[in-house]
Design a protein around this ligand. Structure first.
Ligand code: TXA
Ligand code: MG
Length: 338
């Protein structure tokens, strides 16, 4: 199959929407990462997403809508969900709600709940509006690779596997949406993103964070979200993440860095002068800049075939939880707090 990649415009949007309505798979930009979309209510179309990604069938997909009214008949929208949609939609917040029979089991991997999200990216919004159907879309990477934040990243992973990529430039946030479980009594963050647990609590009074967000699942512990039990965000190189002041982190990394090792350093911009002439790339200074750059850097490191990544992280709390959740997984939880 030839994979066509076109910049988003009136014509290409129409073409992409027609393909989606015909049950085909189309990659498109969102404010978080690129998604691999297909008709959420069409079994065959959804199966084609799983095949293109080589995604395990037990990992459910997020259903994307242009507006709230499209959820009618798909899931039970609770008053808490309404309040959160008022506050954060369109935007990078995915809500888990109880589904109806109209949503096929392949989309939710047999679960009784469905994840729903209304993206704020203008291209995603225009595409969803133009095609008029709910679109199931996981991140557009091959399973186990870092999520794609540019159309080029998508092409790398999906060339020959899908007919169409809509290019909307680089994604703003850079890590995937917050996944918030609303099926229990208290809202619970299963995957941290740009909308934090504190943001949610400020609107609905209370919000917890699943413990496995910052540590591996324990023996026998079941994953709150199926995505968490699969290996994620894995660069080819071995990776360690250091957390502490620029001075403490640079001292520890410089000590560990071996010139024969084909190692690279990913550091905060303000720390970069502290690494001498060792090979160092920037992760920005704030956790938001880190989130924006992380997956791009991990893909660059794969392309450079480095064997060791020594990275500077942030304290895993508040706004830094999203980027640290991904860094911890990329490093197979090899974290050093200094
Ligand atoms: O930002 C995003 O959310 C991107 C863009 C494309 O919208 N999408 C994305 O999808 O990251 P994906 O499939 O890569 O991640 C969805 C996560 C997975 O960890 C999955 O296990 C979880 O959401 N999930 C989806 N439906 C679920 C459900 N019914 N119950 C529990 N977890 C669910
Ligand atoms: Mg993903």
């Amino acid at each position: 199959m030839d994979t066509i990649c076109l910049p988003a415009g009136e014509e290409s949007l129409k073409q992409a929407a027609a393909l989606l309505r015909a049950g085909q798979v189309v990659a498109f930009p969102t404010e978080t990462v690129y998604g691999l979309g297909a008709d959420a209510l069409n079994d065959e179309a959804v199966r084609a997403i799983f095949a293109a990604k080589e995604r395990p069938a037990d990992n459910p997909l997020i259903v994307h809508v242009a507006e709230r009214s499209q959820l009618e008949g798909l899931c039970r929208v609770t008053p808490t969900a309404e309040t959160l949609m008022d506050a954060f939609w369109p935007g990078p917040l995915t809500l888990l709600l109880m589904k109806t029979d109209r949503v096929p089991g392949v989309t939710t991997a047999g679960l009784p709940s469905v994840a729903v999200r209304c993206p704020s990216h203008p291209v995603a919004h225009a595409l969803l509006k133009e095609c008029g159907i709910p679109i199931a879309a996981p991140s557009a990477n091959r399973s186990g690779r870092p999520s794609p934040t540019t159309a080029q990243d998508v092409y790398e992973d999906m060339q020959g596997r899908i007919p169409f990529i809509l290019d909307g430039g680089a994604c703003d946030v850079g890590v995937e949406s917050t996944v918030l479980d609303l099926t229990g009594e208290i809202p619970c963050v299963l995957r941290p993103g740009a909308i934090t647990a504190e943001d949610v609590a400020s609107v609905v009074g209370n919000c917890t964070v699943a413990p496995s967000v910052m540590r591996p699942l324990k023996e026998g512990e079941s994953a709150p979200s199926p995505g968490m039990k699969h290996r994620h965000y894995a660069p080819k190189a071995k990776m360690t993440v250091y957390i502490g002041t620029n001075e403490a982190v640079s001292a520890a990394i410089n000590e560990r860095y071996d010139w024969n090792d084909n190692a690279v350093i990913l550091a905060h911009s303000s720390a970069m002068p502290l690494f001498g002439n060792r090979r160092v790339f920037s992760l920005g200074d704030t956790p938001q800049e880190g989130a924006h750059l992380l997956f791009r850097r991990l893909r660059e490191m794969d392309a450079l075939n480095v064997s060791l990544i020594l990275a500077q992280g942030w304290k895993p709390e508040g706004e830094a939880l999203a980027v640290m959740n991904r860094m911890a997984r990329a490093a197979a939880f090899d974290l050093v707090e200094l």
